[in-house]
Design a protein around this ligand. Structure first.
Ligand SMILES: Cc1cc2nc3c(=O)[nH]c(=O)nc-3n(C[C@H](O)[C@H](O)[C@H](O)COP(=O)(O)OP(=O)(O)OC[C@H]3O[C@@H](n4cnc5c(N)ncnc54)[C@H](O)[C@@H]3O)c2cc1C
Length: 389
């Protein structure tokens, strides 16, 4: 039963997509049962083996063209996977990062040789992808990154440290954002691929102790004189890094917004269920007028979030989603998600604070969405730039 009365848009309703969605649901039911997922949360990391299983089942690289080992789908297939990761409560499995962020860098900006070399292995689960932008001293301000990749013989020598890197423990394919020309700002930035099994000087640091997304292996990474061949420079031309990152931002930010809209809907459903069963002062909690007003507000906000997310998805599929519009979606939907979950938790009383209840994990998992993928303050900076244009 759907909690919201927002029909799937026409472009999401076709038989092939429904078959794919069923296969994704079946895969998670079989391979990610609650006790296994709980083990990943306890370990702070999804098992590496699960990535291989997901690759073999066709859940990785779903929008990569078939000629490179992908499923030949499009972003709608990515959306199905990322939505089911949330619905099945396996936050921490970085399929969205792998499918919607990193792999598309190779599809869009890799040379033919790079596509042939990497994409089949990114699709079959042999490689787990990460992107290493953030540094201890450079988060929102990407231009101030200090990691360098300086020409050395037929390749580049990478030096620097990165932090907050999702899939940092499992990743064996890391797109490193580095300065190939430290004398330049944005124009000195390039993207270099480090295949961790093939280099010396690469070290994984701490798996960071977070307040949510327990199974996500967000980590520090260190690069000490790591040498990679020139063939690992994405696109084989220096100084394109910023442009390459920017070109892919609408899809990345929409992926976050779509997941947040789904979590908002789940929070509403969990709260309706709980308040219907819980009694206080001889009546159901849902029968208090305050509860009804709060739930009415939550439902309205979750509906608007979903409709706007679908609108942006429609624009993206038509190649018309601009940076300011997706920034509105990312900022507003993640803010709204957090508000809805907070109100839902309040209506659970003390049980909302106990991790046994889904609303508690939603609360912890959702908090980061306002910060990563470009903080919501940065989203407003981007939107504000278009004012008066
Ligand atoms: C769980 C998790 C996963 C992550 N995954 C990755 C990953 O896979 N790869 C990766 O590279 N990074 C990743 N990050 C890092 C994330 O992208 C950064 O945390 C984020 O970009 C913010 O940077 P910062 O933490 O350095 O904050 P800062 O940039 O120091 O910002 C601090 C505060 O200042 C505000 N601020 C900054 N600049 C402005 C401005 N111009 N105007 C107004 N306000 C401003 C920010 O909004 C924020 O509120 C992850 C982080 C977390 C916690």
């Amino acid at each position: 039963m759907s909690t919201l009365n927002v029909p799937k848009p026409d472009f999401m309703q076709d038989e092939e997509l429904a078959i794919f969605e069923n296969s994704v649901i079946r895969f998670f039911d079989e391979h990610a049962p609650p006790e296994r997922v709980q083990r990943w949360r306890d370990d702070g990391q999804v098992e590496r083996e699960f990535w291989t299983e997901a690759g073999q089942a066709g859940l990785l690289g779903v929008s990569v063209p078939e000629e490179y080992g992908g499923a030949g789908g499009d972003f709608r297939h990515d959306v199905i996977v990322l939505e089911q990761v949330v619905r099945k409560d396996i936050s921490g499995f970085g399929a969205s990062l792998h499918n919607c962020i990193v792999t598309p860098y190779v599809v869009a900006h890799g040379t033919e040789e790079q596509k042939q070399r990497w994409l089949p292995r990114l699709c079959n689960g042999e490689l787990v992808a990460a992107v290493a932008m953030s540094e201890p001293g450079a988060g929102s301000d990407r231009q101030s990154i200090r990691t360098t990749a300086l020409k050395d013989g037929n390749g580049y020598r990478i030096n620097g440290s990165k932090t907050f890197i999702s899939s940092g423990q499992n990743a064996d394919f890391i797109v490193v954002v580095a300065k190939t020309d430290p004398s330049q700002g944005a124009r000195g930035v390039s993207l270099l691929v480090v295949e961790t099994r093939e280099v010396e000087g690469f070290r994984r640091g701490r798996k960071l102790d977070k307040i949510g997304q327990d199974a996500a292996d967000t980590s520090e990474l260190f690069f000490d004189d790591v040498w990679v061949p020139a063939e690992n420079l994405l696109g084989m031309e220096e100084g394109l890094g910023f442009r390459q990152l920017m070109a892919e931002l609408p899809r990345e930010r929409l992926a976050i917004a779509l997941q947040s809209a789904t979590r908002a809907e789940m929070a509403l459903a969990a709260t309706i269920e709980y308040t219907t069963e819980r009694k206080a002062f001889g009546q159901r909690v849902i029968d208090f007028q305050n509860s009804q007003f709060k739930l009415a507000e939550m439902k309205t906000q979750a509906t608007i979030a979903k409709v706007f997310a679908y609108h942006c998805l429609d624009l993206l599929l038509k190649g018309q989603l601009d940076t300011a519009t997706v920034s509105m979606a990312k900022y507003w939907i993640t803010d709204t998600e957090n508000k809805i979950i907070d109100e839902g938790l309040q209506l659970h009383g003390g049980y909302g604070y106990i991790n046994d209840y889904p609303i508690a994990r939603l609360y912890r998992d959702a908090r980061i969405t306002r910060i990563y993928g470009g903080s919501n303050e940065i989203m407003k900076v981007i939107i504000a730039r278009t004012l008066g244009q």
